[in-house]
Each structure stands twice: as C-alpha cells, then as structure tokens.
Design a protein around this ligand. Structure first.
Ligand code: KE4
Length: 455
C-alpha cells in the first residue's frame, strides 16, 4: 500500500476517533499566547509539568478561576481538578480568602520583620500537628524540604538520606534523585547539573518497601541522617502506604538515631485536618508543609521536635533564611483558607462527596471494560489504567500510559481539567458541586465509551 504523502489526506485516513483524540485542546488564542511565552520562557512555562510535554499539544492559557472552574484565553471553561497543584482546597477565588488578601495588602505587602499573622499561622500549625513543636515558615515546598534535610544532617552530623523512587520533594540538588512529578513526567528523574557528590549521599528505595529500607540502614550503620517520605505518595499518581510502611520507617529511624521527615507539602490539610500523620498515628521528627497552608499564595513551612528546630539560626548554627518567608499577604490567604477547613465536618463531608464521584468513575470503567485503579486519601485522588493496584513507582510506570493519555486528552476536550501527567495526583475542592460532578461523570462516560475494549 503506497504511503500517503499529503498530510491532509493522512489525517482523513485516520478513524474519526483518532482525529478527535489528537484535536488540539487549546484554542487559537491560547496557542498564540503559548508561542509568545515560548519565545521568552524556557518551554513556555515557569514549571515544567505545565508544558503538557507528556500529553502533547499546547496548554490553554488560563485567565481566571471561580469555584471549581477555570477559564482560558479562548473563553473555554473547564472543571478543574489540578487546583494550582493542590493549594486551592476551597476552589478558585473563595470570597473569604480574597477578602483576607485584599485587607492584608491594604496594610502593606511585606516588611521583612515580625508580624502577628506568621505567629498565628505557626501556632495554628502546631495545634493541628503537635509533632511540630516549633515551626519555620518559608515560601515553597522545595525550601521546606531542602531546609528540613539540612537540619536533619545538622542534628545527626550524618550525611546519608533515604528517599523513595517517584517521591518528589522539590528541586533542591540532594533530592533530585529518582524524583517523581515533573521529573518522572519528563523522564528526567535525576536532573543534569547536580554534582555527583550531592546525589551520592541520597539513596532511593521503592515506596512501601520496608525490606529495602532495612537493607540501606544495615549497609550504612550510623550513617543515615534522615528518611524523607511523602506519607501518601502524590507524585507518581496517588499511592497509599501499606499499613506497616510508615510505622516501620519510624521504628528504623528510632533504632538507628535517624530523623524521620514527613513531606506533607501535598497531604498537609489536604488528606485531613493537619495531615496524614493524624490519620496514621506515626509521629515524624520533622514535617514539611506547603500548598493548602498558603491558600494559593507562596507559603510553606517545616517544623518538628524543639531540640532539632532550635539548631536553626539565629539560635544554632544551621542556617536558613528567606526574604519573603512569612509574607503577611500570603499568610493571610493561608489563615483564611485553614479557617474554612477547620469548620466541623469539612473533611468528612468533602471526602465522602469525592468518594461518591470515584464510585461513579469506577462503575463507568467497569461498564466499558477498561481496567482502572482509583485511589483516594481525603480530598486528593488518583487513577491509573491498570488491572493491578499501584503500590510504588515501578507499578505506576507499568500502567497503560497510552490509555492514560487518550483518557486525559479526551477529558480535557470535554472541558475536564486533569493533571497533564500520569505521575501526579488529582485534587478536590469544596467548590466542586453536584453540577461539577455530574458534568465530570458525563464526560468520563463519553470518553471511556470511545475507548472501550472491543466486546
Ligand atoms: P514547591 O517547591 O513546588 O512549592 O513544592 C515542592 C514539593 C514538595 N513536596 C511535595 C510532596 C510536592 O508535591 C511538591 C510540589 N508538587 C508539584 C506537583 N506534584 C508542584 C507542581 C510543579 O512542580 O509545578
């Protein structure tokens, strides 16, 4: 059969569904704006996963958001399950959050000096997470994790750090080893530019693999400074811990005098009030927070045992600083957000509503004969095209990523905005009302029907 030379004809030769599946998602104006952005921003973005490299095509340029919905430059509205990668647990432009930001901004945008808001936020975090006996506010999850790691090394005078394949703790050099999120999305789990000496002291093991952890401790007696782990992994899809995993890491750290760091940047105030440590009952030595505690503005934090935190400058010799740390406008957004989350029944009601939506998703997948796994932790969720549960990065990467791409593109064409990577979690907000759920399931039914296995 002769090869079709005319690309237009080539397109016509594909079945209608295949053409539909590859139809650009972004409209003409977004595509023009992305071309303009790409002339000055590497890849057109300020954070790699936003570039949709794994999904193909240009991302829409978003101009506004309200509640569960965002609108792009072509006037197209999407139901949003990315929610700025987790912070917007109340949805976009929540009136109380916006009002708090406006009021704070009216008093000045920052002082580089003590303010009451940052003390209030630190006290709130400590009351929600008693393991955080002292707290330091910073401006990003990367800063929180990088600083917690430095502090753990200062406290133990050791260098080796254990992390997990597919977990992502921000882009500081020692943690860009076998990293998830955008690194896994772009197949760059170990970044270029990181000196071998920096990554040599980072040992990565499979998530949920306690035997692997025991082996590393045994092979490095008295040398492990810390274990850093996402208690629920949200950067390889969503992967829940096995019951013995976190208690086992706690026991190993206790036995070897190492620091246990829970990176709750994503799970903090997302999976429950406080974080996963309040669900599983394992008390880490240090905790990292971000996302929800800033309500969409740059606030993150790390904190933990007093005797470790007091090693920080200006009290001790472990240095960490930040011009915008504890910024009063950002802190106002965080406090206003957490005030809503603190309402009685907030997490129970919202996680039940999410469970009901996922039950609808699951029955659609069964109806159309597509093997899908769903996972939920509080107000975050994940899905994968796999007939076996996802328990670590290897199983996440072994899922049917072609089907994921078809599904994700299809949902985006139906105006349901899912993360453009199979190595991300999806999020829920209290603004996702019945109409949003109905539209989401209607879209999923349409897309899964198109994808269904031949009977
Ligand atoms: P940031 O530096 O991006 O604020 O936080 C880093 C970080 C630390 N720990 C966990 C568990 C995280 O999930 C993150 C950041 N999450 C990604 C999405 N999975 C942020 C999105 C992006 O990189 O653009």
């Amino acid at each position: 059969m002769s090869r079709i030379r005319n690309p237009r004809l080539a397109r016509l030769s594909k079945p209608a569904d295949a053409q539909a599946a590859e139809r650009p998602i972004a409209g003409p104006r977004s595509r023009r704006l992305f071309a303009r952005a790409s002339a000055v921003l590497p890849g057109g973005v300020n954070s790699p996963v936003r570039a949709w490299k794994r999904l193909g095509g240009e991302p829409p340029t978003i101009v506004r958001g309200k509640g569960a919905r965002i609108e792009d430059a072509d006037g197209r509205t999407y139901i949003d399950y990315v929610l700025s990668w987790g912070p917007l647990i109340l949805g976009h432009a929540h009136p109380q959050v916006v009002a708090a930001v406006r009021a704070a901004a009216g008093h000045g945008l920052g002082f580089g000096a003590p303010t009451t808001g940052e003390t209030e936020l630190a006290e709130l975090l400590r009351s929600a997470l008693p393991s955080m006996e002292k707290v330091r506010l910073v401006s990003s999850g990367t800063e929180a994790c990088m600083s917690a790691l430095r502090l753990a090394r200062a406290a133990t005078k050791r260098e080796i750090v254990i992390k997990c394949d597919g977990c992502y703790h921000g882009h500081s050099d020692p943690l860009l080893v076998a990293a998830g999120s955008g690194c896994a999305t772009l197949n760059t789990p170990d970044s270029s530019g990181v000196p071998a000496a920096f990554s040599a002291t980072t040992i990565s093991i499979p998530f949920n693999d306690l035997v692997a952890a025991e082996r590393v401790f045994a092979a490095n007696p008295g040398a492990v400074a810390a274990v850093i782990v996402e208690p629920v992994a949200g950067n390889m899809g969503l992967v829940l811990p096995r019951p013995e995993w976190l208690p086992g890491l706690r026991a190993l750290c206790d036995a070897h005098g190492s620091v246990l760091i829970f990176d709750e940047v994503m799970t903090g105030f997302r999976v429950a009030w406080g974080g996963w440590q309040n669900v599983c009952g394992v008390r880490p030595d240090l905790t990292c927070l971000g996302k929800v505690i800033g309500g969409g503005l740059p606030v993150a934090a790390y904190g933990g045992r007093r005797e470790i935190m007091d090693l920080l400058a200006p009290l001790g010799g472990c240095y960490q600083a930040g011009t915008l740390s504890g910024n009063p406008v950002a802190v106002a957004a965080g406090l206003a957000t957490l005030k809503q989350c603190a309402q009685p029944g907030f997490y129970e009601i919202e996680s039940t509503r999410l469970t009901l939506m996922l039950l609808g998703f699951s029955s659609l997948a069964q109806e159309y004969g597509l093997p899908m796994q769903f996972a939920q932790a509080g107000l975050m969720w994940g899905y994968a095209f796999s007939s076996t549960p996802i328990t670590d990065y290897a199983s996440a990467a072994a899922a049917d990523l072609d089907r994921w791409r078809t599904f994700c593109r299809g949902m985006l064409q139906e105006r349901i905005y899912l993360a453009p990577s199979p190595f991300e979690a999806a999020f829920w907000s209290s603004a996702h009302d019945r109409r949003a759920v109905a539209a989401t399931l209607a879209a999923a039914g349409k897309v899964l029907k198109r994808m269904q296995s031949p009977q």
